[in-house]
Design a protein around this ligand. Structure first.
Ligand SMILES: CC(C)(COP(=O)(O)OP(=O)(O)OC[C@H]1O[C@@H](n2cnc3c(N)ncnc32)[C@H](O)[C@@H]1OP(=O)(O)O)[C@@H](O)C(=O)NCCC(=O)NCCS
Length: 196
């Protein structure tokens, strides 16, 4: 360092502005519980209405057809697991904007496999990492239960979901043409699996 060097001039005027890109909210993911039943019921209804051919279930025969059924399901841990994605709120947790289920089984010969079902993110919250965070939360939870493989299926009515799953390491092991019909529309189903 040159000790004879003149000190830098004092800065005057307002401090420089640092303009940064707006940040996507950090996904808040947790396992859903019975007290979440109202929000889960509303989001499930939105899911089945948003993309009928993306889900095997129909609103009238869905296992979440009533709020009470949702609450009963959420009370029936540990085989019935549902994770939710929340927007950050003023006091920590904001609105439920996404969810995905993990189907474990009581049958000892199949405890090493679990299925992913019901993946949905509210259209207004898409493209911000909630879907990916839900998949990884399910995978992390499944590992703690001794699960070695995650299985799921996705129809060709849900190309974003198929891309999400493939990007998360799922690989295809089968296809079923004409798997679902809604009115005159049809969808094929792709079966995917991921080793944990
Ligand atoms: C599929 C779904 C859950 C994705 O949720 P999301 O929060 O928007 O997803 P993310 O922001 O975490 O994106 C993760 C990956 O998904 C894929 N993806 C998400 N949106 C996509 C789009 N519009 N087009 C193509 N790929 C997309 C990409 O691979 C993305 O990774 P990238 O950002 O590195 O490209 C959401 O679009 C959805 O609810 N769709 C309707 C319901 C549905 O199809 N459910 C699946 C039933 S099996």
């Amino acid at each position: 360092m040159n000790l004879l060097e003149a000190p830098p001039p004092l800065s005057v005027g307002p401090p420089a502005l640092h303009i940064t890109e707006p940040r996507a909210p950090v996904p808040m993911i947790r396992q859903l519980e019975a007290h979440d039943a109202d929000a889960v019921f509303a989001l499930r209804r939105a899911a089945l209405a948003d993309r009928p051919l993306a889900f095997g279930a129909a609103p009238k025969t869905d296992h979440f057809a009533s709020r009470e059924a949702v609450e009963a399901y959420l009370n029936d841990a540990p085989e019935r697991v549902l994770f939710g994605a929340f927007l950050p709120g003023a006091d920590g947790e904001g609105a439920l904007v996404g969810m995905a289920g993990l189907g474990l089984t009581r049958h000892s010969k199949r405890r090493h496999r679990a299925s992913v079902w019901g993946m949905f993110v509210d259209p207004a919250a898409r493209g911000q990492g909630f879907g990916r965070a839900l998949v990884e939360a399910l995978a992390d939870f499944a590992r703690t239960q001794g699960v070695a493989h995650l299985d799921l299926s996705v129809t060709d009515a849900a190309p974003e979901a198929e891309r999400l799953y493939r990007a998360a390491g799922f690989v295809e092991y089968g296809r079923l043409t004409d798997s679902l019909r809604v009115g005159t529309e049809r969808a094929d189903e792709v079966f995917l699996t991921r080793a944990l």
